[in-house]
Design a protein around this ligand. Structure first.
Ligand code: HMG
Ligand code: MG
Length: 287
C-alpha cells in the first residue's frame, strides 16, 4: 500500500487573508464546505487576530458557525494571543495554531513584538489549551529568507522550533513565507531543525512565489516529512510579508505526491471542484 502523506488545507485562512477586498461570509463558508468534501484531515478555516490588522479574517466566528462539519476533519484557526485563543474556542475550533517568526524583522511586522515577546504571549495560550485539551500547532515563518532581515541561519530556525516544542506544540510547520527557498537551503534548514524535533512532528509550508515549492516539498520528503500545507487554487500570501505570493496549490501538490507514489487520501474530483471555486475567489471575483 502506498505511503500516506497528509496535506493540510490552508485556502480559507492563508489563502483568503491576503485578498484585498472583503469576501462575504457565505462565500467563505461555501469554500470550506467544498473543501470538506475533499476529505482533508485538517482545514485551517480562520484567524482570530486583530481585525484592525487583518480585516479579511474578522468574521471567523461566523464562518465556523456556518460550516457543515465533516466527521474526520479537524477545523483549525490561528490565534496570536490568549484573546484570540478564547474567541477561537468559543467559536468551536477543534485546534488552534500559534505563529512565530525566525526573523526579528517579520516578528515586528506581523505581530508587533520581538520573537521573545511573541513566545511569552504564546505561553498562556498553550497553558489554556492544555487545560482544555485543545491541540496546538506551531508555525515558524521565514525559515530561509526574510524580506526585512535577508537570509536566515538554519540554527536560528532550530532555536524557534525548539521553543515551540518546549511550549507544547504537537507539530511545527516550517514556513517559507515568501517562497524564496530552494531545495539546498531547505535541506540545510531541515537538518538543523531535525536536531530538535523528529520528522513526524514537522510540516512543510511552502509558498510558491519562485515556482520551487514542489521541489522544496520533495526536499522535505527526502528527510522524512510527511505533512505539507497547501492552498486550493494556489491562493495566498501574507499581508505583512512583502512579496509573499500564493501557497503551493493543493491540486498541484496532490498530483505530484500521487506521481511520486504517495497516497493523500483525497477525492480528486472534489478537489478539482474546490480548487475551481477557490480560483474564482482570487482578486475579488465572485463565487
Ligand atoms: P497590537 O496592536 O500590538 O496589539 O497587535 P494590542 O494588544 O495592542 O491590541 C490592539 C487592538 O487589537 C486592541 O483593540 C485589542 O483588543 C485587539 P483596541 O483596544 O485597539 O480596540 N486585539 C484583538 N482583537 C481580536 N482578536 C485578537 C486580538 N488581539 C488584540 N486576538 C496582534 C498585536 C498580535 C494582535 C496583531 O499584530 C495581529 O493581530 N497580528 C496578526 C497578523 C496576521 O494575522 N498575520 C497573518 C498570519 S501569519 C502568516 O500568514 C504566516 C503563516 O502562514 C506561515 C508562513 O507562511 O510562514 C502562518
Ligand atoms: Mg503562509
Amino acid at each position: 500500500m502506498a505511503e500516506r502523506v497528509e496535506i493540510v488545507e490552508m485556502a480559507p485562512r492563508d489563502g483568503l487573508q491576503n485578498e484585498a477586498g472583503f469576501i462575504a461570509t457565505p462565500a467563505k463558508i461555501a469554500l470550506v464546505d467544498a473543501l470538506s468534501q475533499v476529505g482533508f484531515p485538517r482545514i485551517e478555516v480562520a484567524s482570530f487576530v486583530s481585525p484592525k490588522w487583518v480585516p479579511q479574517m474578522a468574521d471567523g466566528a461566523a464562518v465556523l458557525a456556518g460550516i457543515a462539519r465533516r466527521p474526520g476533519t479537524r477545523y483549525a484557526a490561528l490565534t496570536p494571543n490568549l484573546q484570540g485563543f478564547q474567541a477561537a474556542l468559543a467559536a468551536g475550533v477543534d485546534e488552534v495554531a500559534i505563529f512565530a517568526s525566525a526573523s526579528e524583522g517579520f516578528s515586528r511586522a506581523n505581530l508587533n513584538c520581538t520573537i521573545a515577546e511573541s513566545l511569552a504571549r504564546f505561553a498562556p495560550v498553550l497553558q489554556a489549551a492544555q487545560a482544555g485539551l485543545v491541540p496546538v500547532r506551531g508555525y515558524v515563518s521565514m525559515v530561509t529568507d526574510c524580506p526585512f532581515d535577508g537570509p536566515i541561519a538554519p540554527a536560528q530556525v532550530a532555536r524557534v522550533v525548539a521553543a515551540l516544542r518546549d511550549l507544547g506544540c504537537y507539530e511545527v510547520s516550517l514556513g517559507d513565507t515568501v517562497g524564496q527557498g530552494d531545495p539546498e537551503r531547505v535541506t540545510a534548514m531541515l537538518r538543523a531543525v531535525l536536531n530538535e524535533m523528529p520528522p513526524e512532528r514537522l510540516a512543510g509550508h511552502f509558498h510558491d512565489t519562485a515556482g520551487r515549492a514542489l521541489e522544496n516539498v520533495e526536499a522535505g520528503l527526502a528527510l522524512g516529512l510527511r505533512v505539507f500545507d497547501a492552498a486550493a487554487g494556489g491562493l495566498g500570501g501574507c499581508p505583512y510579508a512583502p512579496g509573499a505570493a500564493g501557497n503551493v496549490a493543493t491540486e498541484k501538490l496532490a498530483a505530484r505526491l500521487m506521481a511520486l507514489g504517495y497516497d493523500t487520501g483525497l477525492d480528486p474530483a472534489a478537489l478539482a471542484r474546490a480548487a475551481a471555486r477557490a480560483r474564482r475567489m482570487k482578486g475579488g471575483q465572485d463565487v
